[in-house]
Write a protein that binds this ligand. Structure first.
Ligand code: DX5
Ligand code: ZN
Length: 211
């Protein structure tokens, strides 16, 4: 299972990114929050661009923002960014934004809040590279894992098989050395972990426990 690490809970984001980049994590997960879609605000896109310059791991940007379309132009200019993940709940026509992202050559992803059902994203699945199932309410790190969302993995796996789609299935929020067992059983492709990894005494040991 691939491990993406979020630097959201590190005291200093730039420092957190450096630590993840030097670890065995597969991906760097950047949580962008605009203060509208969620209450918190994290960093600006120019700041992120500066911090991730030259990293040797792919960066996923998780846009917790309304009107995600307005960020795409700037994000495509950042070579380190691999996948742009928008929220299904953040735009009236997510397909327009997904098409926009795909057109740029970047990979596209969609995140779904705990209360959002898979049925809402079925029309987009053939065009997506990643589906990010939220296992916490978006907006903050350090929350408890909501295991009730795990049924979505099985639904997505069925649709993926039937349609011959290629998207990766990932989960975000509350993943630690305990909840990872449920993620493994559910046959997720990837997990995102923030506070468990970043707040442990050894990032490397924590990542190993999640594999
Ligand atoms: C929540 C973020 C997550 C979060 C993960 O809004 O999308 O990426 O940082 O952090 P933990 O692992 O602490 O839940
Ligand atoms: Zn996230």
């Amino acid at each position: 299972m691939k491990v993406a690490v979020s630097f959201l809970s590190s005291d200093n984001y730039e420092d957190g990114i450096k630590k993840i980049n030097e670890s065995s994590a597969d991906l760097i997960h950047a949580d962008y929050m605009d203060g509208i879609f969620v209450d918190n605000q994290t960093f600006t896109i120019p700041e992120l661009k500066k911090w991730i310059k030259g990293v040797n791991k792919p960066v996923d940007i998780h846009l917790m923002a309304t009107s995600p379309n307005k960020y795409i132009r700037d994000l495509v200019k950042i070579p380190e960014i691999n996948t742009i993940i928008i929220h299904a709940e953040s735009h009236r026509h997510p397909i327009d934004v997904i098409n926009m992202i795909n057109h740029t050559g970047k990979k596209s992803g969609i995140a779904i809040n705990p209360e959002t059902k898979v049925v809402h994203i079925i029309p987009y699945l053939k065009k997506l590279d990643k589906v990010l199932i939220m296992s916490v309410k978006p907006g903050a790190g350090g929350q408890a894992f909501m295991k009730d969302v795990l049924y979505k993995v099985a639904t997505l796996l069925d649709i993926k098989k039937e349609g011959g789609y290629h998207f990766t299935i990932s989960i975000d929020g509350g993943v630690n050395d305990e909840t990872i067992k449920l993620c493994q059983e559910a046959k997720l492709d990837e997990i995102v972990s923030g506070s468990y990894v970043m707040k442990s005494s050894s990032i490397e040991d924590a990542i190993k426990k999640l594999r």
